[in-house]
Design a protein around this ligand. Structure first.
Ligand SMILES: [Zn+2]
Length: 206
């Protein structure tokens, strides 16, 4: 699940797209374009709407699909499930009902916040998130949204995976979203005041 960047300097419209890949492929075939199955793309349909159609198809065929195994020469029933959902930070936020990078609890995987940004926070649990989303669907309170960085919206992923657990973190996207800035800030705070002043002078002198 992917989108083109929401970066304002990009002149084209964001394009949401969905692709599927067999989980059991050998590693050397995973990057092969022929191993990636294009499913849907749109500039206008929100990503979760597109995902809803795909997830509904997957759920419908949960009882198995009858087909033919050419190698064994016999009829077989294929039963499938989603192993992981691969996405970048923005898409991961969408799939976990998270408010995104600009919220105080900015991580869709844990409760790290802007004060403790450099260390991992308490890991988010899907039962807790479901409970909070239930509360929000009854009373959409700003405080509760801010306290957890969650937004109530229809999200078909909760029916088929645990979005906190089953979406691997794309580390490159996290760096792009400002981790470098936070590391620099954390390093600066570690320095004593005279050292900070010394560094200021050094930077000024260049
Ligand atoms: Zn985290």
């Amino acid at each position: 699940m992917d989108d083109t960047s929401a970066n304002k300097s990009k002149k084209w419209k964001p394009l949401h797209c969905l692709q599927l890949q067999l989980a059991g492929l050998p590693t050397n075939l995973k990057q092969n374009p022929q191993s990636i199955k294009f499913v849907a793309a749109s500039t206008d349909v929100p990503i979760l709407e597109m995902a809803r159609a795909v997830i509904s198809d997957i759920k419908e065929s949960e009882r198995g699909v009858s087909t033919f195994d050419a190698k064994r020469g016999e009829k077989v029933t294929v039963i499938h499930c989603i192993a992981v959902c691969v996405c970048d930070f923005n898409m991961m936020a969408e799939a976990t009902n998270h408010m995104g990078a600009n919220t105080k609890k900015f991580c869709p995987r844990c409760y790290a916040d802007k004060e403790t940004c450099i260390s991992k926070g308490m890991v988010r649990q899907s039962e807790d998130t479901r409970r909070i989303l239930n509360h929000l669907s009854i009373n959409n309170s700003r405080e509760l949204r801010q306290a957890h960085g969650l937004k109530p919206s229809e999200n078909p992923f909760w029916d088929i995976i645990d979005p906190h657990r089953d979406i691997p973190v794309g580390i490159l996207h996290w760096l792009y979203l400002g981790l470098g800035k936070h590391i620099l800030k954390a390093c600066m705070l570690e320095l004593s005041e005279p050292k900070q002043e010394q560094l200021d002078v050094l930077i000024e002198s260049h």
